[in-house]
Design a protein around this ligand. Structure first.
Ligand code: AMP
Ligand code: ZN
Length: 137
């Protein structure tokens, strides 16, 4: 979909800090990270939400989310890792291309789902490249 920001990222028409890619799935850093290392995992094929998602895409995203979770664990050593996925506006969904959030959590931090503060590009580039290395082995 040409007006979908995540489709634009898949097509290389918008930038992202990519951490993993295969034929079906792309994982990249959230531009407004709730915490450093906040990753989004998306199917390359556009689907609005879980109700619009092919079963094969659901499986592919779940597999990559698990893979990236291990890379985040190894690289950033968070106290916890939140996996979240919002469907429809009433549930807080703001980008209507299915995605899974992986959000590193520190003990005692606030449980916010969204922030409007952009991540520091240098810090994000550094985290993305560390995750890429962790995902290569
Ligand atoms: P949701 O509210 O679950 O739909 O989450 C959408 C997420 O996409 C939010 O956390 C946004 O910060 C994030 N986001 C929006 N635009 C971009 C972008 N261009 N690159 C990376 N993340 C984005
Ligand atoms: Zn899309």
């Amino acid at each position: 979909m040409s007006d979908c920001i995540f489709c634009q990222i898949v097509q290389g028409r918008a930038n992202c800090h990519r951490v993993y890619e295969d034929d079906e799935v792309l994982a990249f850093l959230d531009i407004f990270p709730v915490s450093p290392g906040h990753v989004l995992v998306i199917p390359k094929e556009h689907a609005v939400d879980i109700f619009d998602l092919e079963e094969t895409s659901a499986q592919a995203v779940a597999r990559v989310a698990r893979k990236v979770a291990y890379a985040v664990e190894e690289t950033l050593r968070p106290d916890g890792l939140m996996v979240a996925q919002l469907n429809r506006e009433a549930a807080g969904q703001t980008v209507f291309h299915y995605h899974m959030h992986l959000i590193p959590r520190a003990a005692g931090d606030s449980m916010a789902m969204h922030t409007r503060v952009p991540g520091d590009p240098g810090e994000m580039a550094g985290i993305a490249s560390r995750l890429v290395v962790a995902l290569e082995h």
